[in-house]
Design a protein around this ligand. Sequence first.
Ligand code: NAD
Ligand code: 89V
Length: 344
Amino acid sequence: MAELKGALIGCGFFAINQMHAWQDVEGASIVAICDRDPERLKLVGDQFGIERRYTDAAAMFADGGFDFVDIATTVASHRALVEMAASHKIPAICQKPFAKTLSDAKAMVEACAQAGVPLMVHENFRWQTPIQAVKHALQSGAIGEPFWGRFSFRSGYDVFSGQPYLAEGERFIIEDLGIHTLDIARFILGDVSSLTARTKRVNPKIKGEDVATILLDHESGATSIVDVSYASKLATEPFPETLIELDGTKGSIRLSQGYRLEVCGPDGVTISDASPPLLSWASRPWHNIQESVLAIQQHWTDRLANGGETSTSGADNLKTLALVEAAYESAANGKRVDIGALLR
Ligand code: NAD
Ligand code: 89V
């Protein structure tokens, strides 16, 4: 089958990972790039040898010559760019956060559905090797029916040095990082019916919240906690590991720091190393995230070539984004928020 041709919009901090990963993906490659900042456009174009360069996305779509677009810009531009892709009938990948609001996200899903083109959110954390290992352990039946979980990301890593805009928004950790952790909770324990959240800002140099604790009621009846912090000074910095605890009717799963996976079931205890591989272009500690970028982009390529909905389609991601909106609402009014009402 002919290789799929992609165009990438947004040549910033994280797009470097996406460009590296596209070089490793089987069945697709990037043929055009766009950034409104000419310096970033030159830097990425030169580094990855891309000749077709645009400072205007509309001009790139008008020229065409690609099968899909990979939108790697920050959230403010997502709706306009996804709708532009839909108007040209071009399948689109859109970085997280999918949209500024749930109503924008619903409109983006609708625009792509009307155009008949696939839409995937680059929600890569569920594709991390350790997260997939937890999912497989749970699916094996080793711990029976899960009734409780904890999904935890606590760190003191200086995330603002690479992504200074994260210090400037009214919203920070739930929208940027908790969105991944909430998605992992959905991926592992299924959809959520209601939630309650509490937030704090510990770092006085940023505008938004940097600590959040969220209690989730899953549709299955399970209860879980999503707790995220960029204000936690720990003896060994765990960035960017998500730690998981699951209790089931027959046993338990623990994914602990250092990618140690412990599965305790009726037949005994299995301890394994769920470390992600270190790809040739990756560097620690980001290698866990970087590997998941390759995995999600390969998944997109395989689905685009062979058909079928992606794991983190736009429609699926509405249910994660609803948790983000609900968490801010609950933190503001102190009440439990019904997720079904937000999605209707
Ligand atoms: P960035 O600011 O470094 O890069 C964004 C780039 O997009 C900039 O170069 C900017 O000039 C360009 N841009 C913005 N609007 C544009 C438009 N309309 N047309 C053309 N170019 C435009 O941001 P970043 O840190 O690379 O983050 C980008 C996105 O990736 C964010 O949504 C962020 O949340 C997400 N992100 C995801 C992960 C992950 O693991 N999935 C990790 C980090 C960042
Ligand atoms: O994945 C992200 O969106 C990043 C980070 C993991 C650093 O929070 O911003």
